[in-house]
Design a protein around this ligand. Structure first.
Ligand code: ADP
Length: 384
């Protein structure tokens, strides 16, 4: 039986911090997340104290790992907040405008806690994010089909499901079970349709409520990025959590991204969120590869008649207005939905369909942008 959060807190209190108190007593611990024998949490400290807290972090990790029922533990050190300052808000999965001061303080602390340069992931040539300003616009569906379109280009491709609030890759790709580990530590990604796949959905049960704090989101993502045997990849597609809150901003900042694809539906409201997505990546100097308009129009299955129910073309107009490439439009189609729900993504399962062609065309444009070197590594970010 895995220990409870309370057991873990009680054990950690035996580790003394420089203040002479037990670890956790001064509120340094984030939420402790326990799932399937895996334990994640973070320790917050002032940036200046990080060198003193690093051995404490290592001890805490070793101690938790040694508890009966614990398979692995990941403990991150963050300079997320100063002692006495209010706790950071839990990351929101909904798109919301981030007020300047809010974003600023988070970004600044995250930046100070870690070096501003983002180490590359060895073996992976390009990492691209697929993002949306809000949920339900078809971001994950687009990410999978874009990844499969890149496979169709002859590229070696992986997909990392960073949508940890609602991981959908297991369902979209018809995968179940757990990834194997190479040496009891590094995970071997699952494989489907020629893609290497990693998702938090493989590691926690679907019913497990996912309550995350910013630092834990990052430590889970870092593990899936850097502690997985991805091998040699031309492109790793990262399915981002929807929204433009602090968690998303931190990810955009910390993952060495070559570029980002923004998915939007044509409605005005969704476009406002897409604009926020573009602004978020621009803020952290990640190039925008382009916007995809999903659920762009509807073809009636009985008559084949086309209906522009959602205001088709909105994303294209917006892309041109804000000077980012428009990558293409995907219709609202039951085949896309049914195939997705059956774990048979349309680009791989129905390669001759017009939808597969549309996704392949989008992938070809993206591959072209990456290959031509029009996308450069983002310059180092300087924090005030
Ligand atoms: P998000 O990742 O933005 O939350 P999903 O990719 O999970 O969105 O898609 C939400 C729902 O919409 C899913 O049921 C999916 O099958 C469906 N969907 C996505 N794109 C399309 C499309 N072009 N046509 C029909 N259904 C779609």
């Amino acid at each position: 039986m895995a220990p409870t959060k309370q057991d873990i807190r009680a054990a950690l209190a035996h580790i003394k911090t420089p203040s002479g108190r037990g670890l956790g007593e001064a509120g340094e611990l984030s939420e402790i997340f326990v799932a399937d024998g895996k334990v994640f949490f973070s320790i917050a400290c002032d940036e200046a104290d990080a060198p003193v807290f690093e051995p404490i972090r290592a001890r805490a990790e070793a101690m938790v790992k040694a508890m009966p029922g614990v398979q692995s533990a990941a403990v991150a050190l963050t300079a997320e907040r100063k002692a006495g300052s209010p706790k950071p808000a839990a990351p929101s999965s909904q798109g919301h405008a981030h007020g300047h001061s809010h974003t600023h303080s988070h970004a600044a602390h995250a930046g100070q806690a870690r070096p501003p340069s983002k180490p590359e992931v060895p073996g992976i040539a390009h990492i691209i994010a697929v993002a949306s300003g809000k949920g339900g616009v078809g971001k994950s569906t687009t990410a999978v089909n874009l990844a499969l379109g890149l496979v169709a280009q002859g590229l070696k491709v992986g997909i990392l499901d960073a949508d940890i609030y609602g991981p959908s890759m297991p369902r979209l790709l018809g995968l179940s079970g757990k990834p194997r580990t190479a040496d009891g530590k590094r995970m071997i990604p699952m494989e489907a349709w020629g893609l290497k796949v990693m998702s938090m959905g493989f590691l926690v049960e679907e019913e497990t409520p996912m309550i995350w704090r910013g630092p834990m989101v990052m430590s889970a993502l870092t593990q899936m990025l850097r502690e997985v045997e991805w091998g040699i990849l031309d492109v790793l597609v990262v399915d981002m959590p929807p929204g433009t809150g602090d968690a998303q901003l931190t990810m955009a900042q910390q993952v060495p991204l070559s570029g980002a694809v923004i998915v939007s539906t044509p409605q005005d409201l969704a476009l406002i969120d897409a604009r926020r997505g573009v602004a978020m990546f621009r803020k952290v100097n990640v190039p925008i590869l382009g916007i995809v308009e999903n659920m762009s129009y509807f073809i009636a299955p009985d008559t084949g008649k086309r209906y522009d129910i959602f205001g088709h073309g909105g994303a294209k107009a917006e892309a041109s207005r804000i000077s980012v490439p428009f990558l293409g439009e995907i219709p609202l189609d039951m085949m896309i939905r049914e195939n997705s729900d059956a774990g048979m993504p349309v680009t791989a399962a129905e390669p001759q369909s017009p939808h597969a062609m549309a996704y392949r065309a989008i992938a070809a444009t993206v591959a072209g942008q990456l290959g031509q070197g029009t996308v450069k590594a983002a310059p180092a970010i300087i924090f005030e």
